[in-house]
Design a protein around this ligand. Sequence first.
Ligand SMILES: Nc1nc2c(ncn2[C@@H]2O[C@H](COP(=O)(O)OP(=O)(O)OP(=O)(O)O)[C@@H](O)[C@H]2O)c(=O)[nH]1
Ligand SMILES: [Mg+2]
Length: 210
Amino acid sequence: MPFVASHTQEVHDLAAAPPSDGPEVVIVGRSNVGKSSLINALCNQRQLARVSTTPGRTQALHFFAVRDPKIRGVQFTLVDVPGLGYAKAPEAVRKRFVPLLHSYLDGREGLSLLILLVDSRREPGDIERGILERVLRRGVPMLVVLTKLDQVPRPHREGRAQQVAKALDLPRDSIHGASTLSGEGIDDLRRALSDFVRDLNLRGDDDPTD
Ligand SMILES: Nc1nc2c(ncn2[C@@H]2O[C@H](COP(=O)(O)OP(=O)(O)OP(=O)(O)O)[C@@H](O)[C@H]2O)c(=O)[nH]1
Ligand SMILES: [Mg+2]
């Protein structure tokens, strides 16, 4: 069942971000990798996040309030961010993307989980490794989603997942695959996210100092 979500805020500066309220999950990756599309797919809304064929579409931090209607108490914030790498946006706008993203990844107190998107047809490189290093330094949990899985023939998919795991030095089971076009992997990802938030809540209840 899709998540229920609404767009709550758009900010161009971390200082203007709403205060952290419960678990917060950010979706990051190169421009055009499918970040905004994935948010729409998880929530089954076509125009919740803005999608475009032009890389550089998302130009701010966008906060969404999300809940899983199936599981009581599973609610969290989902954050859409500008992509890294090539972007077709005015220079003045583009120049703000990296500092904005880095300030968020380094400084957002409430950050609970990072979802790194990698195009399933591309080798992950320095951009992806750079993002992982930033959050692993802070001890933030992460998982990887191979996007546009519909573009990879079925017999090649497992091999791709293993290659990406190796390139990023991560265990195979932290790599998920998804297609917003065919819907493959979307339900599994919802489940993984819900489980993560539920576990986080349970741990929070155990430890009042958390
Ligand atoms: N074939 C295929 N295309 C996809 C999939 N997901 C997204 N796309 C396409 O990829 C393009 C970029 O999608 P976005 O969701 O805007 O990507 P983004 O990562 O948010 O891009 P920026 O905001 O520019 O950084 C669009 O043309 C989407 O239709 C998918 O699963 N399969
Ligand atoms: Mg986007």
